[in-house]
Write a protein that binds this ligand. Structure first.
Ligand code: SAM
Length: 262
């Protein structure tokens, strides 16, 4: 039995075995790992992950899929399904509840909310060991982009300040049912250790990065004028005439720190 994919839930079920195997071997789950899957769907990744880790927690918004998942998982291992919107799941509390020091999160994400899910996970980075996500390839390119690249932006800066971003491989539309209109890619995110994490206030950092990239063509002095004057930008060691896309992630941290003291 297979479910009819629902567009409004971003359902594109993986069916090509070799990509499923490649994803699972990239994650390399071990017995005892605390694996959490976002959007298990019909279980394409859930079942092999469960077979390796023996227990798994899955977060699924579509109630209709739950009986099917429970039935398939029964003989394989211990599957706990949280019926919820992943954006409402507190991963820090979940790790505590599962008695895990840190979670290993995985998922072929619903593309319509992929950026909000990424930002949500970053907020709980200290409770996460690593993440493996299938996303639109274009999103993975933005996540991993370096300063100077056309696709370097808010997503690149915010993710690279929290995690090591490792693009793994691309997946063609034909690997999914129904095929999405775009190429997909799998990415590994490894939260930075505590001593490498930035010390800027997250809300202020978000505001600076958002304003700086809102008008990519403008100078920072112009883009940030509601938040920092030219003198303050210079104090952060940044040229006020520069454009956001030329700044390293660490430059934004210094701008946020100067803004906090200004
Ligand atoms: N993992 C399955 C696979 O690879 O075949 C399904 C992937 S499908 C791209 C995305 C899954 O996320 C669907 O099962 C969908 O119902 C679920 N989903 C959509 N929005 C969600 C949300 N806000 N919270 C949790 N799950 C969600």
């Amino acid at each position: 039995m297979t479910a009819r994919p629902k567009k409004h839930f971003g359902q594109h079920f993986l069916h090509e075995k070799r990509y499923i195997e490649r994803i699972v071997s990239s994650i390399a789950p071990r017995d005892g790992d605390c694996v959490v899957e976002i959007g298990p769907g019909e279980g394409a990744l859930t079942l092999p992950l469960l077979a390796a880790a023996k227990r798994l927690t899955a977060i699924e918004l579509d109630t209709d899929l739950i009986p099917l998942l429970e039935e398939r998982a029964g003989p394989v291992g211990e599957l706990a399904i949280i019926h919820a919107d992943v954006l409402k799941v507190d991963f820090t509390a979940l790790a505590r509840q599962l008695g895990a020091s840190r979670l290993r999160i995985a998922g072929n994400l619903p593309y319509y909310i992929s950026s909000p899910i990424l930002f949500h996970c970053v907020e709980h980075a200290q409770a996460i060991e690593d993440m493996h996500f299938m996303l639109q390839k274009e999103v993975v390119d933005r996540m991993a982009a370096e300063p100077g690249s056309k696709v370097y932006g808010r997503l690149s800066v915010m993710l690279q300040l929290a995690c090591r971003v490792v693009p793994l491989f691309t997946v063609p539309p034909g690997a999914f049912r129904p095929p999405p209109k775009v190429d997909s890619a799998v990415v590994r995110l490894v939260p930075l250790p505590a001593h490498e994490r930035h010390e800027a206030d997250p809300a202020r950092l978000h505001a600076i990065v958002k304003a700086a990239f809102a008008q990519r063509r403008k100078t920072l002095a112009n883009g940030l004028k509601q938040l920092l004057d030219e003198e303050a930008i210079r104090r952060a060691g940044v040229d006020p005439k520069a454009r956001a896309e030329t700044l390293a992630p660490a430059d934004f941290v210094r701008l946020a720190q100067v803004a906090a003291g200004a």
